[in-house]
Design a protein around this ligand. Structure first.
Ligand code: NAD
Length: 508
């Protein structure tokens, strides 16, 4: 099984490479990766993967089930209990992770195109964002592999025992990822688990599984031993559920919706009390003050809600703006939306690609329509773009009340809800608007007054606060509070999900 063409894409027009990749993908036979072998799924079932830009079939993948998950977990347990991976000197694991980063980097143009075709996002955003960020994260974790350590607490000199604790890999990690950043989510989780000495079973999103399959191939190519990385594609209800129910899985690292996260937590409790890390949905507030650089703010806010067609978990989607600059910001955001070039992700000119599926687009439309019926006003967009594919117009909504669905639910479409607040509102009052949500993934502030900024950073209920633009970074912890989940990814704090502590008192 080889899901990419052999050239590395340099110097090729993205459309030519796109056509070549499409031909290669059409030939791929559905397979799961178990114990170092690509094999047909046990029941022989398959799923179609569509190009969201036109609905055409891109590839046929395996629809794995309980039997495949059983085999994959058994292979991962064998590799953990008996195989070399957890026993290797950490520097050898690090070297293989660095080699994997180099291999991905060598074919980053193809990887970006594969991801763009699969998830629909603009090639530019993947090539400049997800792919280099994923590679940086992988290298960061390769570096951490040699620095995972326990501690020896200070003890009296005349003690007759020695106290210390070890940090050990937790075992087999189930990795379940969404379709909105499939490459990045899989790579970050795999990098963390492997650096810690764990083995993994990956269940990628069924709507965009191709980059995960390619990562699996590259893991084998760089010499990561058989059974360390296993991949079972399939639906969440069957393959995903079997993985979270499995008694021999020690931790599930999940990124996806809050609804599924809750089911996973319940299944983890009922099966073997496996550990769970839940990176869930968001409805992130953006606070814009009159002293902010409005041009920069408008461009960044619109850029963030459109670069993945609104399907970015941490995107600021509820904009609260000081009343004196409300009209000015609205005008600028409208102008920024007008400039967004919409088209198939793989075209170099595209700023915003399609949404992932007809179902996601219909769900977003239903939430927006429901709020319009309740009195919200659409200033721009508010509807699908006609023609093939799952495109949606960049949308600005005003006059939404806090109780409306557009204010409370994750729309996951390129839609912003914009609400003014009084110029005299205190930071506590502004924070209360921002915190009026079940979610707490990210919060953004646009302001120059450092006092306001400091005060709000402390008051906002979010796992991340971004001030005056920018996104996350591979070394900054990422995760949510409230119903955006718990646990943090990235950097050394991300490793704790995949390690267990063993306390030792050694008498003599
Ligand atoms: P989803 O919850 O529908 O699916 C995520 C994954 O879970 C998929 O692989 C799916 O097959 C699997 N799954 C579904 N049902 C399952 C079950 N019963 N048992 C086990 N696995 C199951 O989410 P999605 O629609 O793919 O992704 C979008 C969601 O992900 C949004 O809510 C978004 O905010 C969230 N997200 C969060 C982060 C973060 O870091 N917090 C990052 C990206 C996306």
């Amino acid at each position: 099984m080889n899901i990419v063409v052999t050239k590395h894409g340099e110097g090729q027009e993205s459309t030519a490479l796109h056509d070549e990749l499409r031909r290669a993908l059409a030939e791929v036979r559905p397979a799961v990766l178990i114990d170092g072998n690509w094999q047909a799924p046990a029941a022989g079932n398959s799923l179609e993967v569509d190009d969201p830009a036109d609905g055409s079939r891109v590839a046929t993948i395996a629809a794995g089930d309980e039997q495949d998950i059983d085999l994959a977990v058994a292979a991962a347990q064998r590799a953990f209990q008996l195989g070399p991976w957890p026993r290797l000197p950490a520097s050898r694991r690090a070297a293989m992770l660095f080699a994997l980063a180099d291999a991905i980097e060598r074919e980053q143009a193809e990887m970006a195109l594969l991801e763009s075709m699969d998830a629909g996002h603009s090639l530019r955003s993947i090539a400049n964002g997800d792919v280099p960020l994923g590679i940086r994260s992988l290298r960061d974790y390769a570096g951490w592999a040699t620095k995972i350590a326990g501690e020896t607490p200070m003890q009296p000199a005349d003690t007759t025992c020695m106290d210390y604790f070890l940090r050990e890999p937790i075992g087999v990690a189930g990795i379940i990822t969404p379709w909105n950043a499939p490459f990045l989510m899989v790579l970050q989780k795999v990098a963390t688990a492997l650096a810690a000495g764990c083995t993994v079973v990956i269940k990628p999103a069924e709507l965009a599984p191709l980059s995960a399959l390619r990562i699996g191939q590259l893991c084998l190519e760089v010499g990561i031993p058989a059974g360390v990385v296993n991949i079972v594609t399939g639906t969440g209800a069957v393959a995903g559920q079997a993985l979270v129910d499995h008694p021999d899985v020690n931790v599930v690292s999940f990124t996806g919706s809050t609804a599924v996260g809750k089911r996973i937590m319940a299944a983890a409790a009922e099966s073997n009390l496996k550990r769970v890390v839940l990176e869930l949905g968001g409805k992130s507030p953006v606070l814009v003050f009159a002293d902010a650089d409005l041009d920069k703010a408008a461009k960044a806010i619109v850029g963030e809600i459109t670069f993945k067609s609104g399907q970015y978990c941490a995107a600021g989607s509820r904009v609260f703006v000081q009343r004196s600059v409300y009209a000015a910001l609205l005008d600028r955001m409208q102008a920024a939306m007008d400039r967004i070039s919409i088209g198939p992700g793989h075209l170099a000119t595209t700023d915003m690609g399609p949404m992932i599926s007809a179902a996601q687009r219909m769900r977003a439309q239903e939430i927006i329509d429901h709020s319009i019926a309740a009195g919200a006003v659409v200033q721009r967009g508010g509807h699908a773009r006609s023609g093939p594919g799952y495109f949606y117009e960049p949308t600005l909504i005003t006059h939404a009340t806090p109780g409306m669905r557009v204010s409370r639910e994750e729309i996951f479409a390129p839609a912003l809800v914009v609400t003014p607040f009084d110029d005299a509102a205190s930071p506590h009052e502004v924070a209360a608007l921002a915190n009026d949500s079940a979610y707490g993934l990210s919060a953004k502030i646009w302001a120059r007054d450092i006092g306001t900024v400091h005060c709000l950073i402390r008051l906002l209920q979010a796992g991340q606060v971004i001030v005056n633009g920018g996104g996350g970074e591979a070394t900054l912890p990422f995760g949510g509070v409230k119903q955006s989940g718990f646990g943090r990814e990235n950097g050394h704090v991300g490793l704790s999900a995949f390690t267990e502590i063993k306390a030792v008192r050694l008498g003599y």
